[in-house]
Design a protein around this ligand. Structure first.
Ligand code: PFF
Length: 453
């Protein structure tokens, strides 16, 4: 059979554009909103170390695999996996694994957009000076009032979905690439300014100790699964995003180098975000384990009392929105590409249909903070359930299956050809990790969680 050598959706203009786009997909709310609060909930240090190990032994090899598969297949993740499997003489049913990823991305975007909406609302709150000299209670009330209002949440969620839709409808180069190339550097500059500020707060060492001093006794099997799930989530793995972006990668780019660069940038930014946030948390006697509201309920108190806090707060939330936006684009693209290829419809039409469905599903998350507060699925509210189902179950499971496919079913010549490396040290190390280390590590975390191990 012949494989497509180019995606019907086009290609990034250069490998740099790809690295920027994939890093933009990876860096988002996961790094700045989620990483600090789950690290906080799980006691810091030990969680961070498990997370770093997961990035190293599972994240980077899997990222290489996904980009490689994407570029080999050049279609949406489901079709890509089916055709690469066929090329290797395996069953086309492997396409279902790609489909699982597309579905995970679809579900994630429904709640991700709601949280990105909080961040967007906070840009306006910050610019209006709402945090200036506000007490902890006042800041707490700002947050509770926002999440208590379904209409407000729906409004901000709608803006995020609408803008994401407008960009994705314009296509790979005109929409995604142009937006990412504009937003990502601005986000980075804003982050650097904030870290510089945070380092001067006097509590930097306490933040450092919290993040890196491991207390393994405090880490539960649940926390270990959180760390594994977060490694997938933060690198956008097993969600179709990276495989999809790989499908638009020019032929000559090095996949190994790109993967290491993306993972390093993503991890670096999460740690920088932690180092920017925890000193402020400790300097103000706030709680690191405050949950999803951590950055929204705590940081504004600090911003409200610092010189030029209004400006810094506006910068911070703007940075968060930009970071989130380059991720929402990557979450929408795989479902849209699937829809275009599967039903032969125009990009605009596919984007409108898929975005509307995701928007609709997001209403579940919107309501889970207020009207449906007491509606529980498996003991969790809708938002927690969606987050848990995707990050802790679908992504590790999808990741495990992609690892197994690549390591055990994909033909070696196809892998070497696509990775463009020789059968040398790097290849054998990658193969060893993919065959044994990564799958065993994922299984151990799962079994430990289930109490079997
Ligand atoms: N990696 C993004 C973050 O850390 O915020 C979230 C994300 C984007 C997850 C794209 C999955 C995905 F496909």
């Amino acid at each position: 059979m012949t494989l497509n050598r180019q995606s019907i959706h086009g290609e990034w203009s250069s490998r740099w554009a790809f690295v920027l786009a994939a890093t933009g997909a990876a860096v988002g709310l996961g790094n700045i909103w989620k990483f600090p609060y789950i690290a906080g909930e799980n006691g810091g240090g030990a969680f961070v170390i498990i997370y770093l190990i997961c990035i190293l032994v599972i994240g980077i090899p899997l990222m290489m695999a996904e980009i490689m598969l994407g570029r080999r297949g050049r279609q949406n993740p489901a079709a890509t996996m089916a055709s690469v499997a066929e090329e290797s003489g395996a069953s086309r049913h492997w396409g279902l694994v790609g489909g699982l990823g597309i579905l995970a991305g679809f579900l994630i975007l429904s709640y991700y957009s709601v949280i990105a909406g909080w961040a967007l609302n906070y840009v306006f709150k910050a610019a209006a000076g709402d945090f200036t000299n506000a007490s902890a209670q006042q800041i707490g009330a700002l947050f509770s009032n926002l999440v208590a209002s379904p209409w407000q949440l729906l409004f901000w969620h709608s803006i995020i979905m609408l803008t994401t839709m407008l960009v994705v409808a314009r296509g790979v180069r005109q929409g995604l690439e142009k937006t990412i190339v504009f937003m990502f550097p601005i986000m980075l500059i804003l982050l650097v300014i904030l870290v510089a500020y945070s380092m001067s707060s006097g509590y930097f060492e306490q933040g450092l100790a919290f993040l890196f001093h491991p207390k393994f006794a405090q880490l539960s099997p649940e926390g270990t699964l959180d760390a594994l799930g977060h490694a997938f989530f933060t690198l956008s793995l097993a969600t179709g995003s990276i495989m999809m972006y790989g499908a638009y990668l020019p032929k000559n780019a090095s996949i190994t180098r790109a993967s290491v660069a993306i993972a390093a940038a993503d991890t670096g930014i999460a740690l920088i975000a932690g180092l920017a946030i925890f000193p402020i948390v400790f300097a103000n006697g706030l709680q690191p384990g405050a949950g999803p509201g951590l950055i929204f309920q705590t940081l504004p108190i600090a911003f409200g009392h610092m010189p030029m806090g209004r400006m810094f707060a506006t910068f911070f939330f703007m940075m968060l929105v930009f970071a989130a936006f380059t991720s929402t684009l990557s979450l929408l693209e795989p479902s849209v590409a699937w829809c275009i290829e599967r039903f032969h419809m125009s990009r605009v039409r596919a984007t409108v249909i898929i975005s509307s469905l995701i928007w609709l599903l997001g209403i579940g998350t919107v309501l889970s903070f207020n009207v449906w507060k007491n509606v529980h699925l498996f003991g969790m509210d809708v938002f927690d359930f969606m987050d848990y189902l995707t990050a802790n179950i679908m992504l590790p499971l999808g990741g495990l299956l992609i690892v197994i496919f690549t390591a055990w079913f994909m033909r070696q010549e196809a892998k070497l050809d696509e990775l463009q490396i020789k059968k040398g040290f790097i290849y054998y190390k990658w193969r060893l990790t993919m065959r044994y280390v990564a799958p065993v590590a994922i299984l151990i975390v799962f079994l430990k969680f289930l109490g079997i191990f």
